[in-house]
Design a protein around this ligand. Sequence first.
Ligand SMILES: Cc1cc2nc3c(=O)[nH]c(=O)nc-3n(C[C@H](O)[C@H](O)[C@H](O)COP(=O)(O)OP(=O)(O)OC[C@H]3O[C@@H](n4cnc5c(N)ncnc54)[C@H](O)[C@@H]3O)c2cc1C
Length: 356
Amino acid sequence: MTKKVIIIGAGLSGLSIAYLLKKRGINVHIIEARNRIGGRIETIKGNQNSPMEMGATWFGKKHQNLVAFLEELEIGIFQQFISGTTFFETMSFIPPQKFEVPESEEPSFRIQGGTSSIILKLADKIGLENISLGQPVSNLEKKENYISIYTTEGNIFEADLVISTIPAKLFVQSVNCSPTLPKNAIKIFKNTQIWMESSVKFAVEYASPFWREKGLSGAIFSQSSLIPEMYDHTNYEKNKFALKGFLNGTIVQYSKEDREKMVIENLRKFFGKDAENHVGYFDKIWENEKFTFSPTINFLPSHYNNGHTIYQNSFWNNSFFMAGTETVSHFGGYMEGAIKSALSTSEKIYNIIITK
Ligand SMILES: Cc1cc2nc3c(=O)[nH]c(=O)nc-3n(C[C@H](O)[C@H](O)[C@H](O)COP(=O)(O)OP(=O)(O)OC[C@H]3O[C@@H](n4cnc5c(N)ncnc54)[C@H](O)[C@@H]3O)c2cc1C
């Protein structure tokens, strides 16, 4: 296999492409901007070592490619706990209503050990020596027979085939291409929504699951509070406990200390005084992540332009490809989209390599 392949981005898409190509005997190198792998997948450890998701968490059985991928990598899954009473709050001045999620509801699942298990397993299969961290790509230059990749750290990589998994909207804002890519492609890239790029996630860690002991599911859905959505975040082994969910975007103006106070106050409204006995508070404002978030001038609806036909094209005489979860039409934005993108992109690259 004589072609040199470089992937930009060590998120789920980039790592999966590298893994799939390696399985077929093609070695690739990955260039990643952050000092960590995983992109929009990030499992952190709490004060009592609870695995807590600051990024992707849930999936369903309908995400067939992801489920098959997890099976292949021998990574276990478990069902999201939702048994017991759940709260639904319509207005701040009306007490929350209580309801139970019916058994017939389509369950969602989590990954044993945390979502990062898939990232770590893939990196292990690829080999860490094949991933360069802390190298934000700033320029791509198409030369006669190869592509030069420049990073802000002053490094230059060269490859015959380059795949970018940077979310397309961010790609056009942060990477200069010479010669420029076609205008119609740039227009679509600029207007492709990045899933969850401005969400705020939080987790509150507890020594025991006091809500379960009271017959509560730990879940909240609220149209009026700071916490629009929250779930029980007990680990697979049922020995680490947390509540985890999303925060309303208005919270970003407050300090971490104030955010913690406001969240605990909110939780007390639903769960009583027990909510105050937390052992850790963690949150993540994705808008502050310059390798995920990209400011948008126009409002883009969720999943806008995900899987646009332009993403099926290759550029620069079949040597440059755009991949990543937002490039697929079905389940674009989700982990399933990342796996689908990896499957189709690795197939394209493999075919180019074996026919040349
Ligand atoms: C808060 C949150 C919650 C989510 N919840 C769920 C969920 O419950 N279920 C679900 O299925 N999905 C969820 N998602 C979406 C899921 O995380 C993504 O679909 C998936 O991780 C995308 O993988 P990717 O590799 O395509 O993109 P990314 O993970 O964005 O990877 C792109 C990579 O490119 C790197 N990069 C960026 N710029 C440069 C540069 N200039 N040079 C080099 N590298 C660069 C980034 O650092 C990153 O590692 C969530 C996402 C977030 C943020």
